[in-house]
Design a protein around this ligand. Structure first.
Ligand SMILES: C[S@@+](CC[C@H](N)C(=O)[O-])C[C@H]1O[C@@H](n2cnc3c(N)ncnc32)[C@H](O)[C@@H]1O
Length: 165
């Protein structure tokens, strides 16, 4: 749908995100561990995730806080700073390989920048995700020791998922 109107593209992207978040939430239901939201942005997907997984700790990351007050985590679950700095430090305070689900939603309209970020982001997630855990992302990532997940339904926007072993 890349040649659709901006409205159609936004609708397709949000539909894909919602479907993947719902699939991932279902798949980790019996797996312990927090959820990491990598790219809090306006807090839309964070807010959806906390409704899907009401008893789960959700830790959100961003460079800056853009989310309205009603769609932010508690300050203790908000990690501000560049992902390149904050993600490598996470195992020290969260424990290594402890997250059940990571949602990486970091894309922008700059495809070159996104490709560069995707290259280093995938390897930074590997020490964080629990065996059996799921990573979903708005860009394709290199996640060692994982198998790709099939899309939950026919979707007209790319979104990606992996189960890590
Ligand atoms: C697509 S938006 C996230 C949208 C959000 N999930 C939502 O549903 O509202 C991407 C976010 O990632 C953040 N971001 C991108 N690259 C980053 C980096 N290297 N370090 C920190 N934050 C970054 C941006 O500031 C932006 O808020």
């Amino acid at each position: 749908l890349r040649d659709g109107s901006r409205l159609e593209c936004l609708l397709a992207r949000l539909t894909a995100q919602k479907a993947w978040l719902e699939l991932a939430a279902l798949q980790i239901r019996t797996l312990q561990g927090p959820v990491l939201e990598i790219g809090l942005g306006k807090g839309r997907t964070f807010d959806h995730l906390r409704r899907l997984l009401p008893d789960r700790r959700i830790i959100a990351y961003d460079g800056e806080l853009h989310a309205p007050a009603a769609a932010r985590p508690d300050p203790c679950d908000l990690v501000l700073g560049n992902f390149r700095d904050t993600l490598p430090r996470t195992p020290d305070w969260l424990g290594s390989r402890s997250a059940a689900l990571i949602h990486a939603d970091f894309g922008s309209e700059d495809t070159g920048f996104d490709a560069w970020q995707a290259e280093w982001l995938g390897p930074l997630l590997e020490p964080l995700i629990r065996p059996g855990g799921i990573v979903i992302a708005d860009r394709t990532l290199r996640i060692e020791n994982s198998t790709p997940l099939a899309a939950p339904q026919a979707l007209s926007w790319p979104y990606f998922g992996w189960r890590v072993f």
